[in-house]
Design a protein around this ligand. Structure first.
Ligand code: GLN
Length: 193
């Protein structure tokens, strides 16, 4: 079956994600297409949506303004649409933002996140992490949030120190790093499972 994958094109590394998904589709021999998502009408035939990094407050506001927020929520909650949020996108996935109640999140995953956790000194950095189902992985963090806790059915897939770097709940994924910036298709294989 061909997969129809979309990358939310409001902010962030949209074309990098599109290229990374295309590479991963070639690598895993997956048939389908990947397109930019700008309007709520674009959501209706999607199988999977990627929400890139950027500024979570802005992404949330514009998703609401364009009607994309409710369209995503409805299909995701009906089990018709998988969603992966990376960096700021992971904030959108969380049920709770512990330090900022202004961000309206989709709340698809049973987890709490904290924005800009790593602070100014370590605005961006790279680190080797271990991801369940993948193994060792070189991750790039840019003004990353952190997943502070996650409770069932949300499952921890990777940690950085004593904090959570990646989590999965059914067809929903949250990553605090940027998989589109490394030349490694393996994160995207979760989309095809
Ligand atoms: N600090 C951003 C936020 O809280 C996320 C940073 C990023 O996506 N690179 O929205």
């Amino acid at each position: 079956m061909a997969m129809n994958i979309g990358v939310l094109a409001i902010q962030g590394d949209v074309s990098e994600h599109i290229n990374a998904v295309k590479n991963a589709m070639d690598f895993y021999k997956i048939k389908g297409s990947v397109q930019k998502i700008k309007r709520k009408g674009d959501i209706k035939d999607l199988d999977f949506l990627i929400i890139p990094g950027g500024e979570s407050t802005t992404i949330s506001k514009l998703m609401i303004r364009y009607g994309i927020f409710d369209a995503v929520l409805e299909r995701a909650l009906n089990d018709e649409l998988g969603v992966m949020g990376t960096c700021a996108g992971s904030i959108l996935m969380a049920r709770e933002v512990v330090d900022d109640s202004r961000v309206k999140t989709l709340g698809l995953m049973n987890m709490a996140v904290r924005r800009n956790f790593f602070g100014r000194q370590r605005e961006s950095f790279e680190s080797e992490i271990h991801i369940e189902g993948i193994g060792n992985y070189h991750a790039i963090f840019i003004r990353a949030p952190v997943i502070e806790r996650c409770s069932p059915p949300c499952k921890v897939l990777a940690k950085i120190g004593d904090k959570i770097a990646m989590a999965k709940q059914g067809n929903f994924l949250a990553l605090i790093f940027h998989p589109e910036l490394t030349n490694d298709p393996r994160i995207y294989k979760f989309i095809f499972e």
